[in-house]
Design a protein around this ligand. Structure first.
Ligand SMILES: [Zn+2]
Length: 64
């Protein structure tokens, strides 16, 4: 993955999950509920690891 923190990596959390964690400030718990999204610096494709890094990602390509 290269650099940590990785400048191409974004962390996603659903509104529902965020609401569940909103009362606490535990960064590890919050982190564990977030999904990783990588932005390709070349083509702008988004790779989202909905099931975690051990599983396949879903790729989203820019519209023409
Ligand atoms: Zn690319």
């Amino acid at each position: 993955m290269g650099a940590i923190p990785n400048p191409s990596e974004w962390l996603l959390i659903s509104d529902v999950e965020y609401d569940r964690d909103a009362g606490q400030v535990d960064a590890d718990t919050l982190y564990s509920n977030m999904k990783s999204m990588l932005v390709c610096p070349h083509c702008g494709r988004l790779l989202v690891y909905w099931q975690g890094f051990g599983e396949k990602y879903t790729a989203y390509r820019l519209e023409e």
